[in-house]
Write a protein that binds this ligand. Structure first.
Ligand code: GLN
Length: 195
């Protein structure tokens, strides 16, 4: 069984752990950097990316997280997690962890659409996926190596680049486990390659 960590500095952590454990993997709440050695894949949850970055720096997580991704281990970023994984942001000079070759715009849906639900078609998932958007980001540009896996209203809301998966929405706040199942499958494939 693979072990998937959830970065637990801020945001919706327990909901991700429940999704992981309900779908055949072991979940681990990550509060210390040495715990990263014990996991096969990592989820960076939603929350507030600027706050999360501040806490990443405060608890010396930046380099260990970067090394985790650079080792090619699977990472799934949801909402603020997607922002942290982007190579570039429209409102900032530099990205944060920069795992994915994409430009992300924060709070991209504007005031009128602060929070809403939608059903999305996602590449690799046969049924429509339930998605909750909360002050969600959008992907404005992707590099060639990035696969766009979901589009909503002509906007890119989910992407994959090798071992990295990111989405604008919160799959953990729904009853629909399909995004987590997709990520667990990616982690299992990675763990098999490593074994
Ligand atoms: N708007 C938040 C940010 O910029 C993300 C919102 C979320 O994760 N639900 O970090």
């Amino acid at each position: 069984m693979v072990t998937i960590g959830v970065l637990a500095l801020q945001g919706a952590v327990s909901e991700h752990i429940k999704m992981i454990e309900d779908n055949g993997a072991k979940g681990l709440t990550i509060k210390r950097t040495d715990q990263l050695d014990a996991i096969d894949g990592l989820i960076i949850p939603g929350g507030e990316s600027t706050t999360m970055r501040r806490l990443i720096d405060k608890y010396h997580f930046f380099e260990p997280l970067k090394a985790f991704g650079q080792a090619g281990k699977p990472v799934f970023g949801t909402c603020a997690g997607m922002i942290l994984m982007a190579g570039a942001l429209t409102d900032k000079k530099e990205g944060h962890l920069g795992f994915m070759n994409m430009v992300v715009e924060r709070n991209a849906f504007g005031r009128q659409r602060e929070s809403f639900e939608a059903h999305l078609s996602v590449m690799g998932i046969p049924e429509y996926v339930e998605a909750i958007f909360i002050r969600a980001p959008l992907v404005q540009e992707v590099g060639e190596e990035v696969d766009v896996v979901s589009v909503y209203d002509d906007e890119i809301v989910a992407v994959r680049q090798g071992p990295f998966l990111a989405c604008s929405f919160h799959p953990e706040l729904t009853d629909d486990p399909s995004m987590h199942q997709l990520f667990i499958q990616m982690v299992e494939e990675y763990a098999e390659l490593e074994a």
